[in-house]
Write a protein that binds this ligand. Structure first.
Ligand code: GLU
Length: 491
């Protein structure tokens, strides 16, 4: 690529960033990193009514969580700043004034009420929506009168009535729009703030953006932007519109499909590397089969040629599977570090972390194989921390067993475990395997009963390792409690 790559992620701070929105950020970031360009963050905060407090922080912390570092933008600055549109109002006003003086834009005095009626009328007549150009040809006097009445106008673009806008989208190919389908859209609102169209064109030009990578929903805005570039005499960037994101039911991804805000994925214990890998495959692929790609591999291979036009399906099961893959690939220490904040939010696990970190470090590897999210870890390990297990006593009586045989098995187990032998997994296995034979039980029966006695669960991490980490005292105490339960179980 000859031209130096400058791309931007331009979120509006209207709430917590949506996964689709962060996918856009990621694609821009990958594109910049792939071609040694700059990744710019620009906050599009010109819609005063929709601004949400804390949203900018949520956006930036989501980027930080995913390690999508930006070269210019909030906090880091840059020579094309400021990077908040609300601090650039003068630039948009000047552009609008220039368009008015050139005859490419005009003041519109229509009241909200008139526009409302016009819209209702269009609906009734089944006409396409759009401004009816009422103020396009106001006379000097009419305008003076409106001004005298104190009406504060908006500025509208004077869209050419005939002709077409044509452009080549890097993903969609040639796109053509007839001017007749574009109304005289607003550039400056009556509060002096620009609309998205004006601000985005002025900034993409002034910030020397080379490529605009954004969601498909903006494809239909691009002809307006091109008209503005032309009228302002700016050279337009190249455009690439990223395919839509759908839920598993093929409806547009929304709250209905569960978590859509990226913050929720952090809270549920997804690893940022898994999230980056997963989001990168929403519309892009290396080939048709590779699923697991590291950040470096993504950067090395990312290209717009492999971005598809087909809507991408947000498959939650795949994300959970991928997260499991990434969790399993962590070293024991990394897994401990990653899980720690999640364990801290659980009372018992949190206490154990503070009072006995060694114990927690020893037990965590036992669930690393099974955890699909970090938030799940507290639940999977809960039995390690509780003082008293809570389970139905008949779980102790495995298939083909009776209360008597379960009692006998537990008593025999208890006795063997009391012997002063080592309590590591291997020794435990060497003690308990032969015991099953002696008792005339299948190993599954004996181990199943013991598993319930020491963990309260029928499914738990490998038995001997679990017992070894729980330690002799705890195991014996729990077996004693299980015998007690069996005793109280009515026949
Ligand atoms: N502020 C717009 C958004 O929230 C930016 C669209 C664009 O990238 O041009 O998605």
């Amino acid at each position: 690529m000859k031209q130096s790559v400058r791309v931007r992620y331009a979120p509006s701070p209207t709430g917590h960033p949506h996964v689709g929105n962060i996918r856009t950020a990621l694609f821009n970031w990958l594109f910049a990193r792939r071609y040694g360009g700059s990744f710019i963050v620009r906050i599009e905060d010109t819609d005063v009514a929709r601004k949400v407090k804390g949203a900018v922080e949520a956006i930036l912390s989501s980027l930080r969580w995913l390690r999508l570092d930006w070269d210019e933008g909030p906090e880091v600055g840059g020579k094309y700043g400021p990077y908040f549109q609300s601090q650039r109002l003068d630039l948009y006003r000047k552009a609008a004034e220039r368009l008015i003086s050139q005859g490419d834009a005009y003041y519109c005095y229509c009241s909200p009420q008139r526009l409302e009626e016009m819209r209702a009328e269009q609906v009734r007549r089944k006409q396409p929506p759009g401004y009816d150009r009422h103020c396009r040809n106001l006379s000097q006097e009419e305008r003076a009168q409106k001004e005298a009445e104190g009406v504060i106008p908006v500025v509208r673009f004077q869209t050419p009535l005939e002709g077409q806008v044509k452009f080549t989208d890097l993903i969609w190919g040639e796109v053509v729009f007839d001017h007749s389908t574009i109304d005289d859209f607003v550039l400056l609102k009556s509060d002096g703030y620009p609309t998205y169209h004006l601000a985005s064109v002025v900034d993409d030009h002034l910030m020397e953006i080379s490529h605009v990578l954004r969601a498909e929903e903006w494809l239909s805005s691009t002809p307006r932007h091109l008209l503005l570039y032309q009228a302002l005499g700016f050279e337009p960037p190249q455009f690439a519109h990223l395919p839509m994101l759908l839920g598993a039911d093929r409806a547009k991804l929304s709250k209905r499909h569960g978590a859509v805000s990226i913050v929720e994925y952090y809270e549920q214990g997804y690893l940022p590397e898994a999230m980056v890998n997963f989001l990168a495959l929403l519309g892009w692929s290396l080939d048709d089969k590779t699923e697991i790609l590291s950040r470096q591999e993504l950067i090395k291979n990312f290209s717009l040629e492999r971005v598809s036009r087909t809507a991408a399906i947000f498959n939650r099961d795949k994300l959970a599977w991928m997260n499991g893959v990434y969790i399993r690939s962590l070293t024991t220490d990394e897994f401990f570090d990653a899980a720690q904040p999640y364990l801290m939010t659980d009372e018992l696990a949190g206490e154990a972390l503070i009072s006995n970190e060694k114990y927690v470090r020893a037990l965590l590897p036992l669930v690393q194989e099974r955890a699909r999210t970090l938030a799940e870890v507290a639940e999977l390990t809960q039995f390690f921390f509780v003082g008293k297990l809570d389970y139905a006593p008949d779980l102790l009586i495995g298939k083909g067993m009776t209360r008597e045989s379960a009692t006998q098995a537990l008593k025999a187990g208890q006795q063997r475990l009391r012997q002063p032998e080592a309590f590591d997994a291997e020794s435990l296995e060497a003690i308990l395997r032969p015991l099953a034979v002696e008792l005339g039980l299948k190993t599954g029966q004996l181990f199943g009963t013991l598993r319930v006695a020491v963990t309260g669960r029928t499914a738990a991490p490998p038995l001997f390792q679990t017992m070894s980490v729980l330690g002799k005292e705890r195991c014996l105490r729990r077996i004693e409690a299980s015998l007690d339960r069996l005793r109280r179980l009515s026949k």
